[in-house]
Design a protein around this ligand. Structure first.
Ligand code: PLP
Length: 331
């Protein structure tokens, strides 16, 4: 499939403009010198334009909320931990679109709002704190709250699975086209993309589009949340969801068209490793922009390690997925 064909298929979906695209793609000159490597690049999806946490979720939400508006929903329900980037970006997007947002968090309401929770507070959205419940219980409570809102006459839309959904990953299929276009225009010889993987939505969108285009890039997904097997299951599931709405089969074995590593996740979501803790200082000191502890630092560590070990050749790109504002609650 060529890129015009894929672009055409994607343009058949309802989409709402939330961000500013294309996001910048630029070299990391200081860091390349420091690591004694050929030029590294960064794709600045921390600058998707909507809000502080910026990031990847803006791309997902353009398609997910496009679908919600098409279905005439007036309220959006989303769940996540209190410092969830997704929850804050949903709250911002809803402000812009004139929708009501309801955020559902596990944990107790803190005395003093910080980080993303402070932004949610400024946005004046409804935040529900469920206390010490598991992620599964938190997600299950969304359907209860949906019923309550329906009883009040609202038409709520539930954002499932941290926005890693069939519609959500269309945003990262589009991002891959965008990156390829920029490489051509700027003459950047990018061959390898390092991406974080939580639920695996970003990675799945990239991998699916990349496979359809005949693999112009190799994609290395760095797990920050799940062991490799589980992450691969999540990725297969969301790619299957996207296949259903795109009607384009993904004919590959996932392991043949991407590299997934769980060597850098340490204790899991939000738990630093010594190296990731160091990266949160060393990257801004070299390049003047920030990364945080949960997602972006671990990808950076993985990229540096691959380079040091000679596991990747020239033309390496770091996909920065944002999360800036959660940094203020991480220290
Ligand atoms: C949610 C998030 C990711 C991970 O996205 P998945 O699609 O769940 O893998 C990466 N980086 C940041 C900053 C995020 O907020």
């Amino acid at each position: 499939m060529n890129k015009e064909h894929l672009q055409n298929v994607l343009s058949g979906f309802s989409k709402v403009g939330l961000g500013q695209f294309p996001t910048p793609l630029h070299p990391l000159e200081n860091l390349s010198k420091k690591l004694n490597t050929s030029t590294l690049y960064v794709k600045r999806d921390d600058l998707t334009g909507l809000v502080g946490p910026g990031g990847n979720k803006v791309r997902n939400l353009e398609y997910i909320l496009g679908e919600a508006l098409r279905q005439k929903n007036d309220t959006v329900i989303v769940s996540g931990p209190m410092q969830s980037n997704l929850c804050t970006i949903v709250a911002c997007a809803c402000a812009k679109l004139g929708l009501e947002a309801v955020l559902i968090h596990n944990g107790e309401k803190p005395q003093v709002p910080t980080g993303n929770h402070l932004l949610n507070h400024l946005l004046g959205v409804k935040s529900v704190f469920l206390g010490a419940v598991s992620k599964e219980e938190r997600n299950a409570s969304m359907s209860r709250i949906k019923k309550e809102l329906q009883a009040e006459g609202k038409v709520p839309f539930v954002i499932e699975n941290g926005s890693t959904t069939g519609h959500g990953i269309l945003g990262y299929m589009e991002a891959l086209l965008e990156l390829q276009q920029q490489c051509q225009e700027k003459g950047y010889p990018i061959k390898t993309i390092f991406t974080p993987a939580g639920n695996g939505g970003v990675a799945s969108g990239l991998v699916y589009a990349n496979a359809l285009l005949g693999q112009p890039f190799s994609i290395i997904a760095v797990s920050v949340e799940y062991p490799k097997d589980i992450l691969l299951q999540h990725m297969r599931a969301v790619i299957a969801e996207a296949e259903d709405i795109l009607h384009i089969p993904f004919t590959h074995n996932l392991n043949d068209v991407c590299t997934v590593t769980d060597e850098y996740w340490g204790g899991g979501w939000g738990k630093n490793t010594l190296q990731s803790e160091d990266a949160v200082f060393s990257l801004p000191q070299a390049e003047g922009f920030f990364i945080e502890n949960v997602y972006t630092s671990k990808v950076f560590v993985a990229m540096c390690d691959y380079i040091k070990k000679g596991k990747v050749q020239d033309g390496v790109c770091y996909l920065h997925t944002g999360g800036f504002s959660s940094l203020f609650a991480q220290y």
